[in-house]
Design a protein around this ligand. Sequence first.
Ligand SMILES: Nc1nc2c(ncn2[C@@H]2O[C@H](COP(=O)(O)OP(=O)(O)O)[C@@H](O)[C@H]2O)c(=O)[nH]1
Ligand SMILES: [Mg+2]
Length: 454
Amino acid sequence: MNSSLLSADTIAAIATAQGRGAVAVLRFSGPGAADVLRRIAPALNDPQPRLQRLAAIRHPESGELLDRALVTWFPAPRSYTGEDTVEIATHGGVLTPQLVLDALFAAGARPAQPGEFTRRAYLNGRLDLLQAEAVADLIDGRSPALHRAAVHQMERGLSRRVSDLRDAVIGTEALIAYAIDFPEEDEPPVPPARIRASAQELIARLDALLRTAPEGELLRDGALTVLAGRPNAGKSSLFNALLGTERAIVTDIPGTTRDALESTLSIQGYPFRLVDTAGLRTTDDVVEGMGIEVARRYLSAADLVLVLAEAGRPLDDEETLFLATLPSGRTLLVRTKADRREDPATDHGDGIHVSASTGAGLPELREALLRTAFGALLAEPAEAPLVTRERHARALRTAREEIAGFVAALDDEVPMEFAATHLRAAAGALEDLVGVVSVDDVLDRVFGSFCVGK
Ligand SMILES: Nc1nc2c(ncn2[C@@H]2O[C@H](COP(=O)(O)OP(=O)(O)O)[C@@H](O)[C@H]2O)c(=O)[nH]1
Ligand SMILES: [Mg+2]
């Protein structure tokens, strides 16, 4: 595939992270790989495909022995990149891998660009774009939930789903072609109602996938969760209790917390960014004027707001007003200091009752955070493909809009062959998503963020 794009040069990089460690892996790939290998490991005779061999690694010019290392030879096309590729496992640390890398350059390889190995793998049809992105997520991902999604995406879970959708769009196009080819038949072979129904079904399938998008995108950076409430409501205490640390300063003097504190929190493998409020007061600040502390600069970006008020008392007007300004689906009322509540018999409204001191109610709060931020993902079967990137969501939305445009055109009795241009556009959007058609700027966006050596 794309043979005209095959590279003529051989790229090399250290594939493992720099620093102290037992082993480092270097990798080089390209048509000159066998040649480079001969020059740096002159004593290695007849390397067998995919079998590790111990070899002396020497500088090609000085002949200096640099390390004894395990060498694996992956002839094209059965390699990560699809090209002739060699992996060398040297001793780790900073110097040895660097000296071996210099030897590879002296032997004719050139430094790889970030993501260039994976880019070549894509261009050689070893991976599709969604799999390439999954590789990046496996490397950069910090939450087990994103890791799980990436592993399934590596296994072509999302690719298969999108390809099936594309095939279904093309199938609908074929029905139309058939209807157009036999216009003179009294009874059209494919009733328009059937074409319309299959388009509607496609929309439903795209919607199902798109439902995972907003939460799927949160898997990368975490759901931004902001604590808000009156001074002394117990925000910093709850922040610490949720994180299990003493990071935020807790005192009984209102307004002690000087800055917004942010920390990451994982609940059952789902990532959150928890933000405690700045106690900074500005007189012209409406919210501060209401006596509610909240990290203002975070509030508009928040995926979730926890409004804290002590248990055992009614909410005051300011708190009620503040709550009313927040979107209900992304807001949780938390009643704090439940251990102190004087009259447990009086129920002052709803909210999740917690005590930072005793830990009571924290499991329920964690569960509520999880359901509120990631409820749609939790409802998905474990192996369901998820939409974890804006790029995916955009392409799926385009496809959906085009198919909806097709249905609308049918309803307006636009001739089929014109209406069908919407289906072509929908198929195109899905093809771009998997990378059936490669566009250079899409490639740059996907691979530009990779580390060197991947
Ligand atoms: N008994 C009890 N006291 C608490 C609890 N949470 C916070 N406090 C106390 O309430 C006061 C204010 O807490 P803090 O977390 O600094 O509130 P903030 O101003 O909202 O950040 C401190 O004296 C805390 O010890 C709790 O769960 N139980
Ligand atoms: Mg505080």
